[in-house]
Write a new protein. Structure first.
Lengths: 316, 303
């Protein structure tokens, strides 16, 4: 009898079945959860993809689950025609790319001033930057619209051109102006991210550069910027994506010029299709077309993106 | 030119840096005044006035608080959509926070296929957008095409029905059960709006020193205990950050935004729209202040 308990003791101490069981149970639960969440995220995307290639005949066919029976490119063709896809795409890409680059420069400069080049009132100014994150953009929507509609820049425009004011609606100027003054879409957040990151770079590196004779600009360009690549990647991706998906500012400033998000909103009206289900199918194809460039881009940059965000220290 | 040069020489390093700071921040200062502070003041003025578009400009007539009173006495949509927005926020933000923290802890562990799982979890950050949310596929394509959407919705319903019965039988309060099963039914919405929060939590998890976990393990803490005694307190500053972010984010695509825009550009009642946006802003600010005040008492800072 005693030998039997000794054997079980030996077995337990050598293989630790309880510990192993607990670990495997957790691995199992974790796998199920991760796979489940991934499925929930990916499912609508695959569904869109599958629906985009279906023909009208497949809509009411209950046997068509994933693979369309009558494969067709008609949905794509109609969606491209009604949204003026390529024109809207080039407008969107132009706005997103230019604002992203300009914002990157203006936000990084301001954030460096907040992190390392404090001046009197910089704390107050930073408080205001945080305040801009909290104030909903709708609150300043009308004055902002009127500012660009009757743009006079404190009377300077009137002085030079002789006209009272300029109409900047339906041009790209509102986007360029707001991003070059770090007041564009969610710019407060980018300034915050950059500031936190710049503060994390050791002061000694900058001081060493100063001793070696580098000025403030040179220190910034040669020392700080190369060290801030994770923050730059994060801000680049966020600002590009958010500008791309934005429908609020573009519908405010661009009434005639179409970008992807606004042309998608008008697409339902432009279709003149009697069947609501087919209309929604076409709309779905339109959405897929609008996000396709982003997904393609994400496939290439996601590795850098996830790594960068982890090292960004948004944390503080 | 010469004088300024001489003066510059005499500045101390700190003063010089301060001037460079002003130079670096000058675009921001300019933009802050032209595109934020002045519009904010104007918007407050408009909300107290009625605005008429006239030839080559617009005229502003002071009217006092009539816009604000009409908002709550005679406007049919505004109080309802404000209440709806706040209710949706109050329901969703706790769920997003809990899910975000949970997903971040999950994604922080080592397992096979982790890079892929991470890439998928951040996909909603890329796809989250008001346009895509408005044209959500589940809403009409799913209900229209019996083939793909119908089956899914049915099984979903069945699942949370079973869960509901199970929890009710075990004696959990019905309000709480409804809340949880509602969360299960809206899981896609919650996942797709918690991408940024997961990122922030994940960044925070990476910054917890491993020595703390080692110490806890030596003291005999189980995984569960070390989560509540180490991970949770260390993450509490980020819970605060994420609460603020989630509240702002949940308001950014609420129905009230649409109402404000439509009042301005379809009805052309700029004064009323400005009043709407001010009431909206003040309620967001109030909610933020209350929740930050409540949470920041419990926040633990490790220094």
């Amino acid at each position: 009898m005693s030998s039997k308990t000794a054997y079980t003791d030996l077995f337990v101490s050598r293989y630790q079945p309880l510990e192993k069981g607990k670990r495997w149970a957790w691995v199992l639960i974790r796998t199920v959860l991760v796979v489940g969440f991934c499925f929930i995220i990916l499912f609508p995307l695959f569904q869109r993809l599958s629906i985009a290639f279906r023909s009208k005949a497949d809509i009411y066919d209950p046997t068509v689950l994933w693979i369309p029976r009558n494969f067709t490119l008609d949905n794509l063709r109609i969606a491209i025609e009604t949204t003026n896809y390529f024109e809207a795409l080039s407008n969107t890409a132009l706005i997103s790319a230019s604002t992203t680059l300009i914002q990157l420069v203006s936000c990084a400069l301001a954030a460096y001033a907040f992190a390392r080049l404090q001046f009197r009132g910089s704390g107050l100014l930073f408080g205001l930057v945080i305040f801009t994150i909290i104030v909903p953009p709708q609150t300043i929507m009308i004055p902002l619209y009127l500012t660009y509609r009757y743009f006079d820049l404190f009377g300077l425009v009137g002085l030079f051109t002789g006209k009272d004011s300029l109409n900047l609606i339906d041009t790209f100027w509102p986007f360029i102006l707001s991003s070059s003054t770090a007041m564009g879409l969610k710019n407060g957040l980018y300034i915050y991210i950059f500031r936190q990151f710049f503060r994390g770079i050791p002061k000694e590196i900058g001081e060493a550069a100063l001793v070696d004779g580098a000025g403030v600009f040179r220190t910034f360009m040669r020392i700080v910027v190369p060290n801030a690549v994770p923050a730059i990647v994060t801000v680049l991706l966020f600002s590009f994506v958010w500008q791309w998906n934005d429908s609020y500012y573009v519908s405010l400033f661009l009434k005639q010029v179409k970008v992807l998000s606004t042309s998608l909103m008008d697409m339902g009206m432009g279709l003149r299709e009697p069947d609501p289900v087919y209309t929604s199918m076409l709309l779905n194809t339109g959405v897929l077309l609008a996000i396709a460039p982003l997904i393609l881009m994400y496939l290439f940059v996601q590795r850098y993106f996830v790594e960068s965000v982890e090292r960004t220290g948004i944390v503080g | 030119m010469k004088i300024t040069f001489k003066r510059k020489k005499k500045l101390t390093l700190k003063q010089k840096n301060a001037w460079f700071g002003v130079l670096f921040a000058s675009p921001l200062i300019f933009g802050m005044i032209m595109l934020f502070i002045l519009p904010l003041i104007q918007s407050l003025r408009y909300s107290l006035s009625s605005i008429q578009l006239v030839e080559g400009g617009f005229s502003v007539d002071y009217e006092g608080f009539s816009n604000y009173t009409s908002l709550f006495t005679s406007n049919p949509d505004y109080p309802r959509s404000l209440a709806e927005s706040i209710a949706a926020m109050a329901v969703n933000v706790p769920l997003i926070l809990v899910f975000g923290l949970f997903a971040a802890v999950l994604l922080n562990q080592k397992f096979r296929g982790r890079p892929f799982a991470r890439a998928v979890f951040f996909l909603p950050v890329i796809l989250a957008s008001s346009v895509i949310a408005n044209l959500d596929i589940g809403s009409f394509v799913g209900s229209g095409t019996l083939s793909s959407g119908g089956g899914e919705a049915e099984s979903n319903l069945l699942q949370s029905f079973e869960l509901k019965r199970m929890m009710l039988e075990s004696g959990i309060s019905p309000i709480f059960v409804d809340y949880l099963t509602g969360a299960v039914d809206r899981i896609y919405e919650i996942i797709s709006s918690s991408g940024v929060q997961i990122l922030i939590f994940l960044a925070g998890l990476q910054s917890i020193p491993p020595s703390l976990y080692e110490a806890a393990k030596i003291e005999g803490a189980t995984g569960y205990e070390s989560f509540w005694k180490v991970t949770f307190p260390m993450m509490s500053p980020l819970i605060l950050t994420n609460t603020v972010y989630s509240i702002i984010d949940s308001f950014s695509d609420s129905p009230i935004n649409k109402l404000v825009s439509e009042t301005a550009f379809k009805v052309f009642d700029f004064g009323l729209s400005a009043a709407m946006s001010w009431v909206y802003f003040l309620s967001v600010a109030l909610i933020l202040a209350v929740s930050v005040g409540l949470i920041s008492r419990k926040v633990f800072y490790y220094d």
